[in-house]
Design a protein around this ligand. Structure first.
Ligand code: RB5
Length: 141
């Protein structure tokens, strides 16, 4: 299993804390890159922090949480080599791993409830990339 990095802004802080607990409970290691409270902060700072690391290695995956998940995904996808996927359902989470080799999952605390968010995390972490024609398409991005 890849190394997992997670970060959020204030809008995603509470969901991030739940995801960290859940992933550890599942026996996986996860590194919390902040933020560390619900004090207002800027999501691009945290998106870039995680995205820059993910871009360096195929063995690093990232999870980014903000209020909607959208700001994080926009910011993370500016980094070359990052394929950040904003997911609000498990089907998208599965398909974005299988077809897009998604290496960052973005979630919105104000959009997706904890139960569904944890299911999305589970599916995203446990689905493999299919390769083949999908690899060719990714190479075109
Ligand atoms: C913060 O209020 C909010 O704008 C941020 O968490 C995120 O939703 C941005 O896309």
């Amino acid at each position: 299993m890849s190394k997992i990095l997670i970060a959020s802004d204030h809008g995603g802080y509470n969901l991030k804390q739940e995801i960290v607990k859940y992933v550890k409970y599942k026996g996986l290691e996860i590194e919390d890159c902040g933020c560390h409270s619900t004090d207002s902060c800027d999501y691009p700072v945290y998106a870039k922090l995680v995205a820059n690391e993910v871009a360096k290695s195929d063995d690093i995956k990232g999870i980014l949480v903000c209020g909607t998940g959208i700001g994080m995904s926009i910011a993370a996808n500016r980094i070359d080599g990052v394929r950040a996927s904003h997911c609000t359902d498990t089907f998208s989470a599965r398909m974005t791993r299988m077809h897009n080799d998604s290496n960052i999952l973005c979630l919105g605390e104000r959009i997706t409830g904890i139960g569904l968010a944890l299911d999305i995390v589970d599916v995203w972490l446990n689905t493999e990339f299919e390769g083949g024609r999908h690899k060719r398409r990714i190479d075109m991005i």
